[in-house]
Design a protein around this ligand. Structure first.
Ligand SMILES: NC(=O)c1ccc[n+]([C@@H]2O[C@H](COP(=O)([O-])OP(=O)(O)OC[C@H]3O[C@@H](n4cnc5c(N)ncnc54)[C@H](O)[C@@H]3O)[C@@H](O)[C@H]2O)c1
Length: 313
């Protein structure tokens, strides 16, 4: 029997694109679930018709019923509003909290063994909410942001140096917001740190473009936010879990003292495998990096406090 990946919000841009990449890689059967009538079924049928051309044997279906997450190995939550020009991710908090809470409760009821990957913004806050509302252990709830932010940094470094993007590895920590923390010391091209290849001002320019990476695309699209790279980043995480790859990827996870932080979700390097978050890696950070991470954590904690949830004991 094939593995099963459900996408709540699967009628939307990021969700449907997650379906495309999961199916194209043959990772699992896909259920696109959304509140809009007809759209998830229409997109699933369209993708089913693309399958013979794209060499995929994955089965794709659409649904308007959250109970159809039943039996999923992985559930991805992309349901909720995206940003419009001029909005910060935090501006989405109130509107998306109820949607994510409902999604997490449905997963708790119908797919109690699943690994839950949250994509909806504001990311770290919504991942925390999904953790609370699902009651899942902390290793089975992850937020997707660091893979995307690192991919953006990788792409910009590759463009600057005229090298293959696949040869660039990057690490971006912190919350998925304006205070995210790109780490140039841990960003390499073919194993060489970029601090050996680029002057400090160029590194700062590319780091800032990474922090503004989402807003740059919102400004161009005008009616929504990025979705191809976000979906591809999510599917890196889905694959790491389904294939038990033990990938070392930055993910937003619940911290209980690592990096001196607790009772919040924030992006840190993790080992991802069949058990979800199997390990959190604590990198030695410079004073500057540490204070940037603390500042980012404070911004996430402030948004979390707006959910008015009881603290985790
Ligand atoms: N974490 C990241 O790095 C990252 C990157 C890109 C987008 N996002 C976020 O992902 C979310 C989705 O973005 P998008 O571009 O796909 O938006 P979209 O508007 O295209 O899709 C969202 C979908 O969610 C559906 N939806 C709303 N309420 C629902 C519910 N209760 N149950 C099921 N489905 C529901 C909508 O009908 C819509 O189809 C946004 O919050 C966006 O900010 C996060």
């Amino acid at each position: 029997m094939n593995r099963k990946v459900s996408v709540i919000g699967g009628g939307g841009n990021v969700g449907a694109s997650v379906g495309v990449y999961v199916a194209e890689r043959g990772l699992a059967d896909v259920v696109l679930i959304d509140v809009i009538e007809g759209v998830p079924m229409g997109k699933a049928l369209d993708l089913t018709q693309a399958a013979p051309l794209r060499g995929s044997n994955a089965r794709l279906t659409g649904s308007n019923d959250l109970a159809d997450v039943k039996g999923s190995d992985v559930v991805v939550v992309t349901a909720g509003f995206p940003r419009k020009p001029g909005m910060s991710r935090s501006d989405l908090l109130a509107a998306n909290a109820e949607i994510v809470r409902g999604a997490a409760e449905a997963v708790k009821k119908n797919a109690p063994q699943a690994i839950l990957i949250v994509v909806t913004n504001p990311l770290d806050v919504m991942a925390y909410l999904a953790f609370k509302a699902s009651g899942f252990p902390k290793n089975r709830v992850l937020g997707m942001a660091g893979v995307l932010d690192s991919a953006r940094f990788r792409a910009f470094v590759a463009m600057e140096l005229g090298v293959a993007a696949v040869d660039v590895q990057a690490m971006v920590l912190g919350g998925h917001g304006d205070s995210m923390v790109p780490l140039p010391r841990y960003t390499t091209v073919g194993g060489i740190p970029i601090t050996e290849l680029l002057p400090a001002d160029a590194i700062e320019r590319l780091s800032q473009r990474t922090r503004d990476g989402g807003a740059e695309i919102v400004g161009l699209l005008k009616t929504g936010s990025a979705y191809y790279a976000p979906a591809a980043s999510t599917v890196e995480m889905v694959q790491a879990v389904l294939k038990d790859e033990k990938r070392l990827l930055p993910c937003s996870v619940f911290l209980s003292g690592e990096y001196g932080l607790r009772d919040l979700f924030i992006g840190v390097p993790c080992v991802l495998g069949a058990g979800g978050v199997e390990r959190v890696l604590e990198l030695p950070l410079s004073e500057g990096e540490k204070s940037a991470l603390t500042k980012s954590a404070n911004a996430v904690a402030k948004d979390i406090s707006e959910l008015h949830l009881p603290a985790t004991p």
